[in-house]
Ligand binder design. Structure first.
Ligand SMILES: *Cc1c(COP(=O)(O)O)cnc(C)c1O
Length: 466
C-alpha cells in the first residue's frame, strides 16, 4: 500500500479532528467572511509524484484555497437562490461519505440503503403535504429533476401516439407550453432532443409572472390531438409568482396533457400555514421538481423528482438500465437504477433525512416565515426610502429593486456593492428593466442582517455619489 495512504489510515482519527476544527473555526467566523473573492492570484500545484498525504493537502488547502471560498453559506449572500447547510444536514452529509452507500434496489441483496431514500421521500411528502400517490427519488439538482420529469413526459407523449420513444427514438415531438419557465426547462428540452426553441410561451396575467389560463386553454384547444406538456411554476425566480394550480387542474379535466410543476424553491411555501395556499392543487400534477439545496438548506447537490405512482411504468421504460425488456411490476421489483438518470450515486437522501428529523414541520415553517419576514423588511425599507424603489412587489422571499434617482447607474452600484464583500446580490432583467435581486433562503439570515445590509446599501450609494 502507498505509504501516505498507510499513514493516513493510521492517523484517520487525528485527520478528521483537524478537519473538524478547521471547519468549526470557519463556520463560527462565517459572518465576517467576505461574500466576494478578495484574492487576485490562484495558486496552482502540480500533481505530486509521490503524494503529499492528507495532512499536507489540508494545510495547502487552508492556506491557498480556503481564502478563495466566499461566504455563500453565510447570512448576507442573497444572489441566485443560494441555500446554506444546517448542522443536521452537515451531519448527514458527512455520514453519506462515511458509509459511501450506492442506493439502488429495495429487494436486492447487498446494499439496502435505497430503503432510506424511499423513507426520506415519504417524509418529504409529509413535509410538503403531498399525497402518497407520488413516488420520488433524489437527483443532483432541480435541473436534473426537471430533466427527469420531462423525460417521463416525453415517453408519455410517445405512448399517446402509439410510439415508444425510449426504444425507438424521438419520432414524436411533444408541444411544450410554459408561461415563465426557469432556464433549466429549456436546458432539459435541449438535452432531451425536444429543442429548447420549441418551447411555446404562454401569456402571463397583467403585472404578474403567472400564467393567463385563458391563453393556456386557447393553446390546449389549438394543439388538440397532439401530445402536450405544460410546465408550470411554483415560485418564479424573480417575483416568486405561482401559477393557479386549481385552474390548471380544471383545464386538465377537459384536455389531456402532462403537467409538470417546477417548485424548486417555492414548493417549501407548503411548509408554512401562512403560505401553503399558493400551492393548492399542485398535488394533481404528474411530476414535481423540488430542490433540497435551496430553501431546505442541505448542501449541494440535492433535489427530488416526484412522479405519480400511476406513471411508474413510463418512468421505468425511460430509465431502464438493463437491456432486457422490462419485466414485472415496478412496485414489487423497485430499483432506483431503473427509475432515475444516474446509475451509481451517493446516498443523497441522508442530509435531507437528518434535516427533516432534526427540525420537523415546525422548523421548516419557521425557516420559510423567517425568510419571508426578511424579504418584507428589506422591501418596505427600500420602498419608503428616497434612494431605492421596488421593481416588483415582494410576493414571498425575493426582492427586486433599483436606484430611484439614477436607475441608469444600477449596474455600477451593484458591481461596487458586490466587490466590497459584505452583501452579495445578483442582477436580473424584469420586463426589460435591469434590477438588483435579493433572495432569502438561508437559515442564518435574520432581520438584523437586513438592517446591516441596508446600511451597506447607503454607504455604497455615498461612495457612488462621491
Ligand atoms: C434553481 C432553480 C432551477 C434550477 O435548479 P438547479 O438546482 O440549479 O439545477 C430550476 N427552477 C427554479 C424555479 C429554480 O429556482
Amino acid at each position: 500500500m502507498n505509504s501516505f495512504l498507510q499513514t493516513d489510515i493510521e492517523q484517520w482519527d487525528d485527520l478528521l479532528a483537524e478537519v473538524r476544527s478547521q471547519a468549526t473555526a470557519y463556520l463560527q467566523n462565517i459572518e465576517s467572511v467576505p461574500t466576494s473573492p478578495q484574492l487576485q492570484d490562484f495558486v496552482s500545484a502540480e500533481l505530486p509524484a509521490a503524494g503529499w498525504g492528507t495532512a499536507q493537502a489540508l494545510a495547502f488547502f487552508r492556506q491557498h484555497y480556503q481564502p478563495w471560498m466566499v461566504a455563500s453559506a453565510g447570512p448576507r449572500y442573497w444572489g441566485y437562490v443560494v441555500g446554506g447547510t444546517t448542522p443536521a444536514a452537515m451531519a448527514g452529509d458527512w455520514l453519506t461519505s462515511v458509509f459511501d452507500a450506492n442506493p439502488q434496489s429495495l429487494q436486492g441483496t447487498g446494499d439496502r440503503s435505497a430503503q432510506l431514500e424511499v423513507e426520506t421521500i415519504r417524509s418529504m411528502r409529509q413535509l410538503l403535504g403531498l399525497p402518497d400517490t407520488f413516488t420520488g427519488g433524489f437527483v443532483s439538482g432541480a435541473t436534473m429533476s426537471i430533466f427527469t420529469g420531462l423525460a417521463v413526459a416525453r415517453q408519455w407523449a410517445g405512448v399517446q401516439m402509439g410510439q415508444d420513444i425510449a426504444r425507438k427514438g424521438l419520432s414524436v415531438q411533444p408541444i411544450v407550453l410554459a408561461a415563465t419557465p426557469h432556464s433549466a426547462v429549456r436546458k432539459a428540452m435541449a438535452m432531451l432532443g425536444m429543442g429548447s426553441n420549441r418551447l411555446i410561451k404562454l401569456r402571463t396575467l397583467p403585472d404578474r409572472e403567472a400564467v393567463d389560463l385563458e391563453d393556456l386553454e386557447e393553446k390546449l384547444r389549438q394543439y388538440q390531438g397532439q401530445p402536450i406538456i405544460v410546465s408550470t411554476s411554483a415560485g418564479t425566480v424573480n417575483t416568486v409568482d405561482f401559477d393557479d394550480f386549481l385552474g390548471v387542474q380544471r383545464l386538465r379535466q377537459q384536455y389531456p396533457f402532462w403537467w409538470h410543476v417546477d417548485a424548486a424553491f417555492g414548493g417549501f411555501a407548503a411548509c408554512s400555514p401562512q403560505y401553503a395556499d399558493r400551492l393548492r392543487g399542485w398535488e394533481n400534477a404528474d411530476s414535481i421538481t423540488v430542490d433540497c439545496h435551496k430553501w431546505m438548506n442541505v448542501p449541494y447537490d440535492s433535489a427530488v423528482i416526484f412522479t405519480q405512482r400511476k406513471h411508474q411504468h413510463l418512468q421505468v421504460q425511460t430509465f431502464q438500465n438493463s437491456n432486457a425488456p422490462y419485466l414485472g411490476d415496478p412496485d414489487e421489483d423497485f430499483s432506483y437504477l431503473n427509475f432515475l438518470p444516474d446509475n451509481s450515486r451517493r446516498l443523497r437522501a441522508l442530509p435531507a433525512w437528518f434535516s427533516l428529523m432534526a427540525y420537523g414541520k415546525a422548523g421548516f415553517a419557521d425557516r420559510v416565515e423567517q425568510s419571508v419576514r426578511c424579504a418584507q423588511r428589506l422591501g418596505e425599507a427600500l420602498e419608503t426610502s428616497t434612494d431605492f424603489r421596488l421593481v416588483a412587489p415582494v410576493r414571498l422571499n425575493v426582492v427586486c429593486f433599483t436606484l430611484r434617482q439614477m436607475p441608469e447607474r444600477a449596474a455600477e452600484f451593484l458591481a461596487l456593492l458586490n466587490q466590497r464583500g459584505k452583501v452579495f446580490i445578483t442582477p436580473t432583467l424584469l420586463e426589460g428593466t435591469f434590477c438588483l435581486r435579493a433572495a432569502f433562503v438561508n437559515f442564518r439570515t435574520t432581520e438584523s442582517h437586513v438592517d446591516e445590509a441596508l446600511e451597506e446599501l447607503s454607504c455604497v450609494l455615498q461612495v457612488l455619489n462621491a
